[in-house]
Design a protein around this ligand. Sequence first.
Ligand code: NAI
Ligand code: MG
Length: 373
Amino acid sequence: MAKYRIAWMPGDGIGNDVMEAARLVLDSMQFDAEYLHGDIGWEFWCKEGDALPRRTIDLLGDVDAALFGAITSKPKEEAHAELASELRDKGLTYQSPIVRLRQTFDLATNLRPCKAYPGNPLNYREDIDLVVFRENTEDLYVGVEYHPVPESLSEELTKHPRWARFIEKNELEDIAVSLRINTRNGCRNIVRAAFEYAKQFGYPTVTVVEKPNVVRETSGLMVRTAREVAAEYPGIELWETNIDAMCMWLVKNPQNYGVLVASNMFGDIVSDLCAQLVGGLGFASSGNIGEKLAVFEPTHGSAPKYAGQYKTNPTAMLLTAKLMLDWLGETEEAERLENAVAETIVAGEVRTYDMGGSHSTIELAQAVADRLV
Ligand code: NAI
Ligand code: MG
């Protein structure tokens, strides 16, 4: 019997290309795993009305970890139009399966390292080493949304002085409301994960990225909680910045920052910026980590225009596999994999299009694999 049971979920588009690359590399390391395929993605929404079928949720309840490629999500009208005809008008609504996975399995910590590997021609600077901790289950992405606004909600909101301005000028059917919901526990857990990481890996600061001067309650809760947690870590300084200013500072002086922590949407925004500083989405790995399950995925999406062409960069996916190895406690193997990726980058002989080369996804993975046997 293999040592680990790993759920294998390529999903849509280039998710398939980069997962094939990851498999090639994991096999060359002789990583001792049984891979169990999980259905997920647009195809299953169209055919079954569910992008995350029940059987996949059951599978995830019975594995050590999961690797996931990418999914395609489309807006409401297109989602309805592409549904199999017999499923239309059944009131089905599409929800991103990765968002559902995060919520179903309480994968509250989203870890997104962005390191400039020496010799990567796409590095913004060579001395960048950022790690974003993004809260993964709360905030504006919870999906508690209304359009049109129900009478009962409007009645409740009428108690708030700022609501009047909207109903004076608009019909309820012309107003959309999305709730931003954050909890003290959610804030505390993500900030604590960030501080623990800073402590373990010797980062001197943790920067909380929010907007408490404007979004006073939800962002305020995050910052107030961050201050409480920071008091438990005397050697590590808490820096507080606003999301907009942070985007400016990250372009100006990214080398000054280390661990960043943010609520779900601001963390989403800032992590794409961080990814671009170290080569773009082709280099950005991530883990969705809960207490019982962790699902590892590259930050990028399904990049439909490149699907099946084996052109995109598998590095993000390979570094994602490295995060999984770390999480499984295979830290030496994780380091071996990261070193092979770093050596391949600095050697510069095999490069995908984004790095100015013309090698394929599989050729780059093979170059990494050759350093691992
Ligand atoms: P995307 O990340 O799929 O691609 C944007 C662009 O980034 C690509 O066109 C390509 O130029 C570049 N890129 C992405 N991955 C790359 C790689 N490995 N190597 C080199 N270049 C790479 O984002 P987009 O176009 O906004 O979304 C496409 C679909 O993916 C949408 O349906 C979206 O909903 C979905 N998506 C899924 C995510 C997930 O599975 N977690 C995350 C983000 C988007
Ligand atoms: Mg994103």
